[in-house]
Design a protein around this ligand. Sequence first.
Ligand SMILES: *Cc1c(COP(=O)(O)O)cnc(C)c1O
Length: 426
Amino acid sequence: MIYQRSSALFQEAKKYIPGGVNSPVRAFKAVGGDPIFVKEAKGAYLFDEDGNRFIDYIASWGPLILGHAFEPVINAVIEKARKGTSFGMPTEIETELARLAVSMVPNIDKIRFVNSGTEACMSAVRLARGYTGKDKIIKFAGCYHGHSDSFLIQAGSGALTFGSPNSPGVTQGTAKDTLLADYNDLEGVKKLVAVNKGEIAAIIIEPIAGNMGCIIPNDEFIHGLREICNQEGILLLFDEVMTGFRLGKGGAQEVLGVNADIVMFGKVIGGGLPVGAFAAREEIMNHLAPDGPVYQAGTLSGNPLAMSAGLAMLTELNKRSEVFESLADKTEHLHEGFDNVLRQKGIPYQINRFGSMISLHFTDEPVVDFASSVKGNNQTFKKYFHGMLEKGIYLPPSAFESYFLNDALSYADLDETIAALTSVFE
Ligand SMILES: *Cc1c(COP(=O)(O)O)cnc(C)c1O
């Protein structure tokens, strides 16, 4: 394929935007080469500035679960835009989206809208601290909760009692309140809780992880976290920015059968516009300003265009709940096709899949946490990524991201993808 115009646009972008992108993973640093500039997209297909067509497996990193430029969402936004784009005053549509979201998700009474998943997670942690009167949080290595300071943390030298920054600009002071545990390691969590008894406000987790590939929690682990939280007065925070309204109407809480205390949303809930949200039972949410003392605000929060996109998206998903099953079936079809190809070629690999999330790791060992996910062979991944791209298949340009299937993908698209894999490892 020819990427002449994309490359020229990237050179120009780099003059004015750091790295030429507004979010780092877009820059192709992990796979090499220049990023592709999108011109437009429809359904399952992306069209770049050079006129190339790609079958899309990222769906804007999750939001576009019903495909690109989905008519009901686009129409809702256009109609709304004609009436004004922002007022900084309450509008009815905020309540409509809140009511619908609360009706779809178990165990939540009230929801607050923000503008991104980052904001949702950051605000949820503040609320958890304000509610419990405690400072520390436990997060899991490899889980991503946006780029706010408290989450950019690695295990520190005194890892049982404090973390350390993993980005310049994050202070030691912030890092000391974030403790790091390993995914699927309940004993590790118990140890942290014991050593920091009475100090932990929240355990925050991606209930199905999607930011170190797709990683599934084992039953004992996820139910064990709930139990520890109950025993110790810790709030369990489910970061459902990826899983919310993707794994089912009620998200991971519903499919795993585990209730969280605060749930965070992003991606699908905005239908492709910038929306995040966090939600909880009434007694917790009432601690939030203006009802309670925990401060949180936003000039563009509950923005009418964003709300109209989210409302159109959730309305459709609520109406067509069979879509989740159909997406899971498509994902299984892809999984089986990839299995057949890779087994035949004798390439070491692991595929993890849950609902419409799936990831491929080039390693012999089961991928169950961050440490096992980084063992994948990155040379093989690069060959795979660029080989697939050349065949018109757009995958996440990093081995640590889940693929997100969308409803517009046909079985013919999936079979084209499987055939592309065959030719990549010829
Ligand atoms: C994408 C993501 C975020 C961050 O959301 P942004 O809208 O990019 O700020 C947080 N948590 C999870 C699990 C995510 O996948």
